[in-house]
Design a protein around this ligand. Sequence first.
Ligand SMILES: NC(=O)c1ccc[n+]([C@@H]2O[C@H](COP(=O)([O-])OP(=O)(O)OC[C@H]3O[C@@H](n4cnc5c(N)ncnc54)[C@H](O)[C@@H]3O)[C@@H](O)[C@H]2O)c1
Length: 380
Amino acid sequence: MKKKLNVGMVGYGFMGRTHSNAFGKAGNFFELPFQPVLKTICARNLERAQAFASNWGYEKVETDWRKLVESPEIDLVDIASPNDTHLEIAVAAARAGKMVMCEKPLGRNAAESEQMVAAVEAAGVANMVWYNYRRVPAVMLAKQLIDEGRLGRIFHYRAKFLQDWTISTDLPQGGEGLWRLDRSVAGSGVTGDLLAHTIDTAMWLNGGIDEVSAMTETFIKSRKHNLTGEVAPVTIDDASLALARFRNGSLATFEATRYARGHKALYTLEINGENASIMWDLHDLHRLEYFDHKDEGLLRGWKSIHITDREHPYMSHWWVPGLQIGYEHTFVHQVADFLTALGEGKSASPNFREAMATDDVTDAVLESAAKKQWVKVRAR
Ligand SMILES: NC(=O)c1ccc[n+]([C@@H]2O[C@H](COP(=O)([O-])OP(=O)(O)OC[C@H]3O[C@@H](n4cnc5c(N)ncnc54)[C@H](O)[C@@H]3O)[C@@H](O)[C@H]2O)c1
């Protein structure tokens, strides 16, 4: 019998669903040292929380996260609620001796993240942040190719995360479903929401970032606030563009926006090395485009590798070669990696400390844009 691990989840929104699905499925597809149990779902609206619990198989419902965190039957607190709740819940959970998984961005800024890192490290509890795009098999393969040195020296890193859902001037800001437009809740606009993903992946693949020069823009200056009903200034960044220099000397461009008409969630990255280049696109997430200059000249060109073979990362756990997997599997992989690492007495990557490094960069991006200057990223 595997040891049971009781999960207490905060938030039943978009991420509450992806995480619940992942905790439910991971043990079916991966040989894991623990069996996650969907013990308690916590959200403020009792009726909706009950409906969610019955749909996803949670045993209990809680409306106050403090009670969830204190409950002796909970082993792991999973934070899938908006960014302004992460700090308080994570610190309380760590102090109560619980393992903590937290959605990204870890804090609304690095100062918040620091307190969360201090709390989990003082308590000695396992911790992880859900930067799930690392666990797309194609992105994991990119990591392997880079670590094997196949690209050689890396010159360029280019990433974009493009959406178009806030273009309408009628869209209110704040409140349910729209908290991302309220800076007091989200911490920032697309910088913490979307650019953070591109930066986490970039630093994981290509090392730390030394300095940035950025610009941000708020295209729609005022919107009706859904909670107060008042028309109020918009204080989030709608678009965020950064130039960056990695510590290894390579150069990067990062772009995130919710104003790229036609794009819903287009996360793309490209890496150019002296020997080879890689391109990846979230809309075609099961493919990795690869160019190897060592190939015979006559046939040299971009390969589109269908990441479905057994030797590809994670794929031996799924179907048969040729059959692809998708977005939700990245969360299943994250649970599997977390529980595997836990069995070895470790935290899977990115742990809180590693995710704080992303907040250091996004803080520098926002500071650079405000000051219209290059800004050094805090070196810890
Ligand atoms: N990893 C990713 O790709 C990814 C994608 C989307 C969101 N996120 C992150 O996940 C988190 C949640 O985002 P979402 O899209 O699921 O939001 P959402 O608005 O869909 O859901 C948020 C949930 O939190 C609940 N909630 C809010 N305040 C609460 C409180 N005080 N106590 C208990 N429950 C509370 C809400 O009722 C709702 O169920 C955010 O930090 C966001 O940045 C990450």
